[in-house]
Design a binder for this molecule. Structure first.
Ligand SMILES: [Zn+2]
Length: 280
């Protein structure tokens, strides 16, 4: 099906049956033949150079000291479509909140599962004829996208349980927002690695990185000591991570051999993977 953008006049091919269509050139959203009013954008404030700097200076566990000198090879700005919801939990009105869910099933960049997008600091979207990034089509309907926000609902239910209250969840769609992320690629030691950086504030969302030879050797040694028992392993792990060893030993008693297996896998891998914690 061919859609003609009411703002820039571009014609684009889009699969039928979607609730919203996004012009890939200027970002204008069309719904049921009409331009959709409530469209917002999170302003990209971090340029390509700053995004690379954020990723390469992150120093995730086991990365080589000279990672900041890696060579940037590609950078593309993507605008991910989000649905914005206002969520309420009757009868506990104090729990009312805003939430944003990714409106696409296969984002162009890898995101940690359960990654929470912010809902604040959005501004009304003004279409532009200047191409600033790639705008992506929503392919989930607002209802199924809402169910990816399970945590928001669970938190409210947990809170309500304290007051022995049962809550009824209801939501309304407030609009669509574009969230900018940098898809970066860099080269280190002849290999390529990908990174995803939040273009609104420079947070590294996800990143692949080379593991230094030293960290691989140290980790292999730690995994080998698993034979000594998990308490010893815990102590060594804590020592290596710069914590008090006795705390580690305690952790080690609790930890299963799963930790040793993970350490061994980490030592054998050539690349590490960093994922941002969910931000609230
Ligand atoms: Zn357009």
């Amino acid at each position: 099906m061919i859609i003609q953008c009411p703002f820039c006049g571009a014609r684009y091919e889009a699969p039928p049956g979607r609730k919203f269509y996004v012009c890939p050139y200027c970002g204008t959203v069309v719904s049921e033949g009409k331009t959709y009013e409530s469209v917002y954008i999170f302003q990209p404030r971090v340029d390509k150079t700053a995004a690379f700097r954020a990723a390469l200076n992150l120093k995730p566990t086991g990365s080589p000291d000279d990672l900041p000198q890696a060579t940037p090879t590609a950078a593309e700005l993507h605008f991910l479509p989000l649905y914005l919801y206002h969520v309420s939990f009757q009868p506990l009105t104090e729990l009312e909140t805003d939430a944003a869910a990714l409106a696409m099933s296969k984002p162009p960049v890898e995101l940690p599962s359960g990654y929470r997008f912010p809902t604040r600091w959005k501004t009304p979207f003004k279409p532009s004829l200047e191409k600033i990034g790639v705008f992506h089509q929503p392919d989930l309907d607002p209802e199924s996208a809402f169910y990816t926000l399970g945590e928001v609902v669970e938190e409210a239910e947990a809170y309500a349980a304290v007051f022995k209250t049962k809550v009824t969840v209801s939501w309304r769609l407030e609009g669509i927002a574009y969230f900018p992320v940098w898809a970066l690629e860099y080269e280190y030691g002849g290999r390529r690695y990908a990174a995803v950086v939040d273009a609104t504030d420079g947070t590294v969302i996800q990143m692949e990185y080379p593991l230094s030879r030293r960290s691989r050797a140290q980790t292999a040694a730690l995994a080998a000591t698993a034979a000594l028992g998990s308490a010893a392993l815990g102590a060594l792990t804590a020592l290596w991570a710069g914590l008090r060893p006795e705390l580690g030993a305690l952790g080690g008693l609790i930890a299963s051999t799963g930790a040793a297996v993970r350490l061994a896998a980490f030592a054998a891998a050539r690349r590490g993977r960093y994922k941002a914690e969910a931000k609230l």
